[in-house]
Structures are given as C-alpha cells and as structure tokens.
Design a protein. Structure first.
Length: 245
C-alpha cells in the first residue's frame, strides 16, 4: 500500500486563495448537516486548513496529515492507508481532496470505515472527471479523478451507505474547462508534463476582479446546495455513513 509521493498542500503557501475560501462554504452547506452531534472528529489531510475551519467547533477534532507542515500542535503525522487509531473511535471522518492521492483507494476507505463508530459518517470531496486530467494533477500527486457515480461505488465497496452525493463548483465550471484547455495547449507547445509531484504546487493566479467574480459564482452554488444536488462541476462531494446505530 502506497500513498503518492506528494508534497505539501498549496494551502500552506496560499491559505487565502479563492478556491479554498469557496470550498469551505460549499462543504459546510452540502455536508455540514451530517456532522450532527459528533463527539470525536478525524480530519484527514488537515493541511487544507482553510477549508475545514467550520469543523473545528464539532466535538474533539483530531488532525492527521502525511506532511508535518500541515499540522498544528497536537496533530498526528500519518497516512490514511494505515490510520494509527483503534477501531470505532470516530463519529465523523472528513477527507477533503485526499482519496485521489491514495493507492489503492480501497485500502484508504477500509481504514476510514474501520475507525468509524456504528452510524458514524464519512465526509468526502474529490476532483471530478478523468478527462480533465492535466499537469496540475501530476504535480499534485493524483492517481485519479472521479465522477459522482465512481465516488459512490468506491464508498459503497467499503461497506458505507451513501447519504448524499453532488457535484460542486458548477457555476465556475466553464472557467475550469477553459483553464484545463489552456494547460493542455501550453504543455504541447512548450513542454510535456513531467509526471512528477511538486513539493508545493503553484496555484493559478487570477486578478482581483476575476477572483470576486469566481467567489460570486461559487455563492450561487452554495445557495443551490441548500436544497438540491448539482448535476456537474469540478468537484464531487459525498456524505456516507457506517451501518449500525
């Protein structure tokens, strides 16, 4: 079992990047109701701190990351492929943009299922669409991207029950597609992708007016997610539970 040779999360260098701020709101809106009255919460991949601040008021939070740079005091340096916790000790496990780094994914999800209490919940996000693969995925140490159906199958194969699944970043999707097309053209003209993960990935920089536009469009998603699932987008969000209680 191996985890990709990944470096640190880009959020370490740019915690205020617009995507992290928008993702925090989308995650809370789509998945927040499944936290419930959790007493013990495991935050896997906690280097992405800007997107999980909303979880910190929910019970006792344990942060785990394979990169110690993403951990604060009391955090645990470790891998989701071999979680250093006893069976059935967490009411909620959050894994936001983690599973795509894991090989095999089944081992990661089996470990999550193992440490969940009966009735415990998994909150998950993954990047969408294999056709959107680019050098950005190589640099991030990704092994795969997902459709909603693909993410649901993986979760169910681990013995978990899907409670909600939806796409996110629907309103900004045209900009995402355009950015991926530009990357492909650029790499064909200037350089082929190396296929090697970067230590800390450089995020695409956008002018301030464009940032405001993207955040405004993401707000449309947030409002829609209060009452419905979204049919496409650059991320997939899943809430699932462990049978039992």
């Amino acid at each position: 079992m191996t985890l990709a040779n990944v470096g640190g999360s880009a959020s370490i260098a740019e915690p205020d990047y617009w995507w992290y701020r928008a993702r925090a709101d989308l995650l809370q809106t789509a998945l927040g109701r499944y936290v419930g009255d959790a007493a013990q919460v495991l935050d896997v991949g906690s280097a992405d701190g800007p997107s999980v601040g909303w979880l910190r008021g929910s019970g006792r939070r344990t942060a785990l990351d394979i990169d110690p740079r993403g951990l604060g005091p009391g955090g645990v340096c470790g891998s989701v492929l071999q979680l250093p916790f006893r069976d059935g000790c967490f009411d909620v496990v959050a894994a936001f943009d983690v599973l795509e780094h894991c090989r095999p994914e089944s081992a990661a999800l089996a470990e999550v299922a193992r440490v969940l209490t009966p009735g415990g919940r998994l909150l998950l996000s993954v990047p969408a669409y294999q056709w959107a693969w680019s050098d950005f995925d190589d640099e991030n140490g990704h092994h795969r991207r997902y459709t909603r159906a693909r993410a649901e199958r993986a979760v169910r194969a681990a013995g978990l029950e899907v409670r909600r699944s939806t796409y996110a970043f629907t309103s900004v999707f045209p900009f995402f597609v355009a950015e991926r097309l530009v990357r492909r053209v650029r790499n064909r003209v200037w350089r082929p992708p190396s296929g090697e993960p970067a230590d800390i990935v450089s995020l695409p920089q956008v002018p301030r007016p464009m940032e405001r536009l993207l955040l405004g469009l993401a707000e449309l998603d947030r409002r829609a997610l209060r009452s419905r699932d979204l049919p496409f987008g650059s991320s997939v969000l899943v809430a699932a539970s462990k049978p039992g209680r």
